[in-house]
Write a protein that binds this ligand. Structure first.
Ligand SMILES: NC(=O)c1ccc[n+]([C@@H]2O[C@H](COP(=O)([O-])OP(=O)(O)OC[C@H]3O[C@@H](n4cnc5c(N)ncnc54)[C@H](OP(=O)(O)O)[C@@H]3O)[C@@H](O)[C@H]2O)c1
Length: 251
């Protein structure tokens, strides 16, 4: 089945959002469900919050799984197929960082690089690989990677985090060339967004509210809006869509 730009609902489609018990992932799960998707909410630790969100969303369900582990990734895919019978979209949202000032180069041990790359890049790639056969069968399958402005401009919570997101932006485009026409691969690159992850980054929030072209930091809903546009637009692949209020223009 081929899609046209007119199909802007997610009716009958199953969407897995990794790391969706809070923040950006939760907003994407909410927006997806509003557009008719059957959403699989996922987290590794916050089971109560994940279950509560799934209970709130029509047709949604929750699967606890650490997507940083092979066992967790396999469980999430198996659960989705057993529970919902298909998989149409994979949103790779779960990620981690360590906050390390960029000047403190000697703190970037191989362990730090591995810790961040393990989840943000290696696990995301393996998760995508596991999902691919099912996405191909969907007829309108897509992968959406949540990356970061830090993967485009020279900023972010640490150098390894920024490099992991830059790698994911490039991987998005390299994969898009390989898996069409059955599957599309896109990315949303958020700027600073108000989530639990950045709740105590007061100075950065204030600076952006003063200097960014749109004079505010982002909300999870801003990212979710862009995310569903990429899930539903059948003629976009390899896109990296910045949702940063113009922060990248001033960085
Ligand atoms: N907030 C920002 O300013 C911003 C900016 C640019 C990009 N981003 C990106 O946006 C994404 C979401 O960030 P956020 O700010 O929404 O973070 P958040 O509010 O801290 O949410 C992170 C979510 O991921 C889950 N998670 C973490 N590790 C996991 C794992 N191994 N397996 C499964 N789930 C896992 C968390 O639940 P558990 O801890 O219970 O597992 C939680 O549901 C990340 O990719 C981040 O890099 C955020």
């Amino acid at each position: 089945m081929s899609r046209t730009a007119q199909d802007d609902s997610l009716n009958g489609q199953v969407v897995v959002v990794t790391g969706s018990s809070s923040g950006i992932g939760a907003a994407i799960a909410r927006r997806g469900a509003q557009l008719g998707a059957t959403v699989v909410v996922n987290s590794s630790r916050s089971v109560e919050a994940g279950e509560a969100l799934a209970a709130e969303l029509h047709g949604a369900s929750y699967c606890q799984a650490d997507v940083g582990s092979e066992e967790g990734r396999e469980r999430l895919i198996r659960y989705t197929l057993e529970e919902h019978g298909r998989l149409d979209h994979l949103v790779n949202n779960a990620a981690r960082t360590q906050v390390i000032p960029h000047a403190e180069l000697e703190r970037l041990t191989t362990e730090v690089w591995r810790d961040i790359f393990e989840l943000n890049l290696f696990a995301t790639y393996q998760m995508t690989l596991l999902a691919l056969p099912h996405l191909r069968r969907s007829g309108r399958g897509s992968v959406l990677n949540i990356t970061s402005l830090a993967g485009i401009r020279q900023l972010g919570s640490s150098i390894p985090y920024a490099v992991s997101k830059a790698a994911l932006n490039h991987l998005t485009q390299l994969l898009a060339k390989q898996v069409g026409p059955e599957v599309r691969v896109n990315a949303v690159a958020p700027g600073l967004i108000e989530t639990p992850w950045t709740a105590d980054w007061t100075a950065q929030h204030e600076a952006i509210s003063r200097s960014a072209p749109l004079r505010r930091t982002g909300r999870p809903e801003d990212v979710a809006h862009a995310a569903v546009a990429l899930l539903t637009n059948g003629y976009t692949t390899g896109a990296v869509l910045l949702v940063d209020g113009g922060v990248g223009l001033t960085a």
